[in-house]
Write a protein that binds this ligand. Structure first.
Ligand code: PLP
Length: 389
């Protein structure tokens, strides 16, 4: 049975062009890019081409990009670098809805004596930027706020946020792992100091990512060793994946506008269809300012995990914010922070589309979902009648 893959915020299929670009680096082009000989030198040159391609996606200069092993490493590196660069400052600001790569890193820093402000969000997943303004103090070492949320798809008002942070002279990092390739990013217009992006969320391979570090930003490396990445990130480069990542950024840049509108149409078709055919759906998160590929939708009195298992029988892949589905024992911290009722958190499903999603696939999901939801509600101890609600 064909896989209907609607879990693209978890990871994406490697694009054919990306795979093709990577292949020579698993066979004939195996030289070490740091070597003196011409054989290694040609590999080094391809890494520099990839650096230009990644830079171009976010309108950075190539020297402002370092390659890392994953978005989590980019996030950890950014926050740690800011802390190491200003050891006199002991305060971090972030939000309650960050990816664990930032959230848990900040919690670890809190255990080491840093004061961390976790800014709240409202029921639509939006931030109150006045709360950010008043949280910044003379002791603030760094502000790290994501561009777009991986669960709800909600996009934060990054330009306003960055303006406030920079007006107070504080280093600003944004985790743009979910935004890159889905919405236009321009670091010449957005006054951020550091930005994380990750390959496997945009049709490159797993295990490669980048960190943008604005020229002039004080930077302390996280991985220390050899002189790779101009001393900013040690370790022999993951050449094949870096080359593929460059190609993925090139593809994303070329197709960004058309793809995001096509993907959005399909996402809206899915939502509209579910609203017409399933009982009591609710969208979690702001419906307007959101990634074009994401919908997080709850069906109350139904277990999200049960929905996923039933979808799985038809090879339909999605995610849930309920407990245990993603190796966590806790229901989604994002939905909890938004004040989504527990019954709705437990019945939440995230569908995330990509440029490879087709109308036929969406229609297939629309055919399968209503009977699944209706059957599961029949089985629910809360029943289906309004008296039980
Ligand atoms: N940040 C966000 C918003 C994410 O969605 C993810 C992955 O889901 C990460 C960071 C971590 O990226 P990686 O899987 O490349 O470590």
């Amino acid at each position: 049975m064909k896989v209907v893959y609607l879990d693209n915020n978890a990871t994406t299929k490697v694009a054919d062009e990306v795979r093709e670009a990577m292949l020579p680096y698993f066979s004939e082009l195996y030289g070490n890019p740091s070597s003196m000989h011409t054989f290694g030198g040609q590999v080094h040159r391809k890494i520099e081409v990839a650096r230009e391609e990644v830079a171009s996606l976010i309108n950075a200069d190539p020297e402002e990009i370092i390659f890392t092993s994953c978005g989590s490493e980019s996030d950890n590196t950014a926050v740690m670098s800011a802390l190491l660069s200003r050891p006199d400052k002991r305060h971090i600001i972030t939000t309650r809805v960050e990816h664990p790569a930032v959230l848990n890193f900040c919690k670890t820093m809190a255990r080491q004596g840093y004061r961390v402000t976790f800014l709240p969000v409202d029921k639509s997943g939006r931030m109150n930027i006045e709360e950010l303004r008043s949280a910044i103090t003379d002791d603030t070492a760094v502000v790290s706020i994501m561009y777009a949320n991986n669960e709800s798809g909600v996009i934060f008002p990054l330009h306003d946020i960055a303006d406030i942070v920079k007006s107070k002279g504080v280093p600003f990092h944004t985790d743009a792992v979910q935004a890159a390739g889905k919405v236009p990013l321009d670091v010449k217009k957005l006054p951020c100091d550091m930005m994380s992006v990750s390959g496997h969320k945009m049709h490159a391979a797993k295990g490669v990512a980048a960190l943008y570090i604005k020229r002039g930003t004080r930077f302390s490396p996280y991985i220390i060793g050899g002189h790779q990445e101009k001393g900013r990130r040690a370790g022999t480069e993951n050449v094949a994946s870096i080359v593929g990542f460059g190609m993925a950024c090139d593809l994303a840049k070329k197709h960004l506008q058309t793809e995001s509108s096509t993907v959005k149409e399909l996402r809206d078709r899915l939502e509209d269809g579910l609203f017409k055919t399933c009982p009591d759906p609710r969208i979690n998160g702001d419906r307007v300012t959101r990634l074009p590929n994401t919908t997080n939708i709850s069906f109350e009195y139904v277990e999200g995990e049960a929905i996923l298992l039933r979808l799985n029988e038809f090879n339909i892949c999605a995610s849930s914010g309920s407990a245990c589905t993603s190796g966590s024992l806790e229901p989604s911290h994002v939905l909890r922070s938004m004040g989504v009722p527990f019954t709705a958190i437990h019945g939440s499903v995230r569908f995330s589309l990509s440029r490879y999603t087709t109308k036929e696939e969406i229609d297939f999901v629309l055919e399968k979902m209503p009977p699944i939801i209706n059957e599961l509600r029949e089985l629910s101890p809360y029943g289906t009648g309004s008296a039980s609600r």
